[in-house]
Design a protein around this ligand. Structure first.
Ligand code: GAP
Length: 438
């Protein structure tokens, strides 16, 4: 697998991810997705939404406000318990997560022995103030998870969509956590993106549903092209689970910096609906349409980090191979995730070729993300497209214009990224040819 430093440099130089605020010297652990990164990220989010929301009859989505009433976070338990254990070196005042270092060893920053403070609970929610007054009454939090909006809107969704158990409410969007030790590129950030859903079931069905969603999470991993041999299920023991969870299985991935969490699957029971019902005074019950019995459904929650998906996808797709004595870098991204689907490349810069190829690129761009490049040798241009994972390169040459072999007039060469196999296709048939493959 590619080392992290190499991947970070690769992402920066190819336009996947840049350092955040780079011209000001950056901002530690902040990252900006570039032109290719945003396409890949959007494709991941679109594929997730399609698989788990729009292609299912039992799922609906919402897009809630990022800043919610602070009472939400009191009821959910985040104000009291969404903490990491923090220690500080008494000598240099560097802060660490107590569960990530050996407290019996000297400070990793200044080397002083036995200098750590006692671990204290550090709340990870990022605070802000609403309105013009920076006072306690105006404090609000940037959401640390998207989940709470699904619980808070439970009654709204049941009423307007007439949902019947079992059903799910999904959401994707930004989340914020004041991590003590962010790092490892986009693995642990203070601002990141989540895709998650709350799947409501009758209490006696939770185990069956938990198993089903675990299987679906693995299916998603495969569809993203993430190397399954590097994905492991880890049962989180009592005492280590989040405060709301009765059972959690994490899917961990073998990153170059070690085996760490990729996704989480939690059985949240009726913790959240009960907590919000009690705190708000509103009824958050489900009425069985047949029996009229009122119950509090139980919840299974599959949670997926967008950025960690991006990282695992990139790490799995990156390949180096030798072709004719040269190293070829190729991103073997699944076609539906590739940031650019097609590159149209005129064999030379001659104006007649460029005019035809530009018109073709504009035509194809209406359907698929398309590049058009006319400088450098065709070999170099193929390599550049391989590196960013473009599944198809289309070359326009003098045969296309009818200036070579007569039977090749109005045809182009289509080269496939992984096999490098080339087909000669009539321009009029291109959309049909590509539709079958993209
Ligand atoms: N609602 C459940 C929840 O938020 P979580 O395990 O705390 O669960 C879900 O987070 C997922 O979000 C993780 O599995 C991971 O993919 C991603 N994630 C968590 N913290 C992150 C961070 N600081 N930076 C990037 N991704 C993160």
């Amino acid at each position: 697998m590619i080392e992290m430093e190499k991947l970070v440099n690769f992402c920066k130089s190819r336009g996947f991810i840049y350092s955040g605020s780079e011209i000001y010297g950056g901002l530690a652990n902040s990252w900006d997705y570039g032109p290719l990164g945003v396409e890949l990220k959007n494709n991941i989010k679109a594929a997730w939404w399609k698989k788990f929301v729009t292609s299912r009859l039992d799922m609906v989505g919402i897009d809630a406000a990022l800043i919610m009433n602070p009472k939400v976070w009191e009821a959910s338990g985040h104000v009291a318990t969404f903490t990491d254990p923090l220690v500080e070196c008494k000598q240099c005042h560097e802060r660490f997560r107590a569960d990530q270092i050996d407290l019996t060893k000297p400070c990793g920053n200044c080397g002083t022995k036995e200098s750590f403070t006692e671990p204290a609970a550090f709340n990870m929610m990022l605070k802000t103030w609403l309105g013009a007054k920076q006072e306690v009454a105006a404090v609000a939090y940037l959401r640390p998870e998207t989940a709470q909006a699904m619980f808070v809107n439970f009654a709204n969704v049941v009423r307007t969509e007439r949902m019947r158990l079992p059903f799910g409410i999904a959401q994707s969007g930004k989340a914020f956590r004041n991590e003590i030790t962010p790092g490892n590129f986009i693995f642990r950030q203070r601002e990141f993106e989540l895709m998650e859903f709350e799947y409501f079931v009758s209490p006696d069905q939770w185990e069956k549903s938990f198993g089903y969603w675990l299987g679906q999470m693995h299916e998603w991993v495969t569809e993203c092209g993430i190397d399954q041999s590097k994905v492991h299920e880890v049962e989180i023991p009592d005492g280590d689970r989040a405060h709301y969870s009765k059972r959690t299985i994490d899917l961990e991935f073998d990153y170059p910096f070690g085996r760490k969490e990729l996704y989480g699957l939690a059985y949240r029971g009726d913790f959240d609906l009960n907590a919000h019902a009690e705190s708000s005074g509103k009824e958050l019950l489900y009425t069985d349409p047949e029996t009229n019995e009122k119950i509090t459904p139980h919840v299974i929650e599959p949670a997926f980090g967008v950025d960690r998906t991006f990282l695992a996808v990139m790490l799995s797709a990156y390949h180096e191979e030798e072709v004719e004595g040269e190293v070829r870098i190729v991103m073997r991204l699944p076609v539906h995730l590739a940031p650019v689907k097609i590159a149209v490349l005129p064999l030379s810069k001659k104006t007649e070729l460029s005019a035809v190829s530009l018109a073709l690129a504009e035509r194809l761009a209406k359907r698929w993300r398309t590049n058009h490049h006319s400088s450098q040798s065709i070999g170099k241009r193929y390599r550049r497209e391989d590196e960013i994972g473009t599944p198809f390169c289309i070359t326009i040459d003098f045969d296309t214009l009818g200036e070579g072999e007569v039977n090749l007039k109005d045809t182009v060469t289509v080269r496939e990224r992984d096999s490098m196999k080339q087909d000669r296709v009539l321009i009029v048939d291109l959309e049909k040819y590509l539709e079958a493959r993209l």
